[in-house]
Ligand binder design. Structure first.
Ligand code: ADP
Ligand code: MG
Length: 262
């Protein structure tokens, strides 16, 4: 992947990164699916503006972990604290957290029967209670930032996979999130479209956004991650700065994984 630091940053936020402020704190978190102990004693603190890449083999619990951060999955023990709010069953709080935590999935999850513009304005109008005009202005702003304003009146099926994923990112940004979660955002894309999506993510990182990204794009990890976390069988078995992670992984399991993806 090539460097593209010159592209405009994605949000108007200044790129300050007060890493000593805590964005996400997970303490002794446990999760089961029935009898299956899918997440085991997870401890993780993410600073404001920090960029975390989460790697690990399929089935190791990466998706489940990030889904616990916006309560798409419920943990059973330990604490998950997001923007200072502990996640419990308080539905009002869950709504609040979902507004502050954007998520981008492997499959773009756009509404196929709505135009790109409508996909971007829907939640702004119904959740943020903005007027249609305000919502459209914000939508166009972010479509420009992900470099596809000319697609606004099309339907998702008329766009390439890379374009659809950029729409999905723009849609999240329209909600003005404080934290962005990415779950293998480039895994279902044809190789030639991976870079255009990674460039948008790099630009977002440059703007100071707090990001947790599950990805196997190790070039991206090297370029933007403050920390790489490696999961295996429901546990975080290794975490380090990218340089150390790639050159000096401690666990055999990590080295084996790296030998396959690098
Ligand atoms: P990853 O994202 O690292 O591939 P996942 O978090 O998706 O891993 O899944 C971790 C494990 O939990 C896998 O064994 C998966 O089959 C299992 N799992 C995921 N979701 C569910 C679910 N809703 N019910 C039961 N098991 C699940
Ligand atoms: Mg997954």
């Amino acid at each position: 992947m090539s460097t593209n630091r010159s592209i405009e940053t994605l949000t108007s936020t200044t790129a300050t990164r007060p890493l000593d402020e805590t964005a996400v704190e997970i303490i002794g978190m446990q999760k089961w699916f029935g009898d299956f102990h899918v997440l085991q004693d997870i401890n993780l603190r993410v600073g404001r503006g920090e960029r975390i890449v989460i790697a690990g083999p399929s089935g190791s619990g990466k998706s489940t972990l990030i889904r616990c951060i916006n309560r798409l999955e419920e943990h059973q023990d330990g604490k998950v604290i997001v923007n200072g709010v502990e996640l419990t069953n308080d539905l009002k709080r869950i709504d609040e957290i979902r507004r502050e935590v954007g998520m981008v999935f492997q499959h773009f999850n756009l509404f196929p029967h709505l135009t790109i513009l409508q996909n971007l304005t829907l939640a702004q109008i119904y959740v943020r209670k903005l007027s249609k005009a305000e919502a459209e202005e914000t939508a166009m702003h972010y479509l420009e930032r992900v470099k596809i304003p000319e697609q606004a009146q099309k339907f998702p099926g008329q766009l390439s996979g890379g374009q659809q994923q950029r729409v999905a990112i723009a849609r999240s940004l329209c909600m003005n999130p404080k934290i962005m979660l990415f779950d293998e955002p480039t895994s279902s894309l044809d190789p030639e479209m991976v870079k255009e999506v990674l460039d948008v993510m790099i630009s977002l990182a440059d703007s100071g956004m707090t990001m947790l990204c599950v990805t196997h794009e190790m070039g991206f990890a090297r370029q933007v991650a403050d920390r790489v976390i490696f999961m295996d069988q429901g546990q975080i078995i290794e975490e380090d700065k990218p340089e150390a992670f790639f050159t000096n992984a401690q666990h055999e399991r990590t080295r084996l994984f790296l030998s396959r993806v690098l």
